[in-house]
Design a protein around this ligand. Sequence first.
Ligand SMILES: [Cu+2]
Length: 343
Amino acid sequence: MYSTRKTVATFVAISMFATTAVNGQWTSSRPDGHAPIGVMGDHMHEKGEVMLSARYMFMDMAGSRIGTDGVTDASVVDPAGSNFTITPIEMPMQMAMLGAMYAPGDMLTLMVMAPYLDISMDHITRAGGAFTTTSSGIGDVRLGGMVRLVNFGRQTLIANAFASLPTGSIDELDVLPISAGAEVQLPYPMQTGSGTFDLMPGITYLGQADAVSWGGQAMATIRTGTNDRDYTLGNRYEGTFWGGYRFNDKFSGSLRLKATDTQNIEGADPAPSVNPLAVPTARTDLRGGTQVDIGVGFNVSVPRSRGLRFAVEALLPIYRDLDGPQLETDLTLVFGVQIVPVQ
Ligand SMILES: [Cu+2]
């Protein structure tokens, strides 16, 4: 047993050394040296490097789902159906996110990301009416670091340690049909922040060969405490794997699988306008669910440009199991530009 282990260990050590000697180190300086643009905190920088980034994300949610089955909007407000008097029918969300990365050393890269959200939600009522609520503003700022755990040839393992600060709003108001023209507290999905200090631990694995690359990331969002409106958003767990193909020194394409599990809300917003009997978005037990998406992306690395990059990724769901009725996410689009002005 011991000798078998020793042989295996020796073999692994030799193959790692051989891989390193033949192929060199994992590098971010190729188009697929960055993950698909929808992945955050995937890559590290070399000592002294600064990277600035801007992302634009569009997410469209339309139609509701109970479990794995889609349901009609009319059935949600039908007295014989789910028995709500109001249901959301569509929710387009846009997000702009500015980011900065800085590597004080080769083993550590620091990162900060600041989102701005623009949310809109269309509803229908049992009485046959329709109305829209909107909210916008700064979301929760994320900051933290990535630590290189091991480098084995052209593979690398990174520990992610981020925190999400409660810079977003949990006090977004708008006029509802029942509020007689007054602005009142909006339900949970219309808020731009969690209201809590959230921990985001994760682990990222990256590998490269000459024409292809691959990677995976697992990340959790763990809420701590209760926010000022007496509730805590559910924790979120994400796992993703991707493969990249480098067409040449400028272009790469990627395919990605992403799974997200979101928990329900604990506690509840005491505002009378967040009425769980009226609308599913006010129900703390109808926020959770599991979704699996397929992503197709492209990265462009502009040659002789001090690390100027453009990237796009589209994600489409292949599996959704929601505590519902809950609006389902049909499409996520992410565009990004990244530049390394200091290297
Ligand atoms: Cu970077």
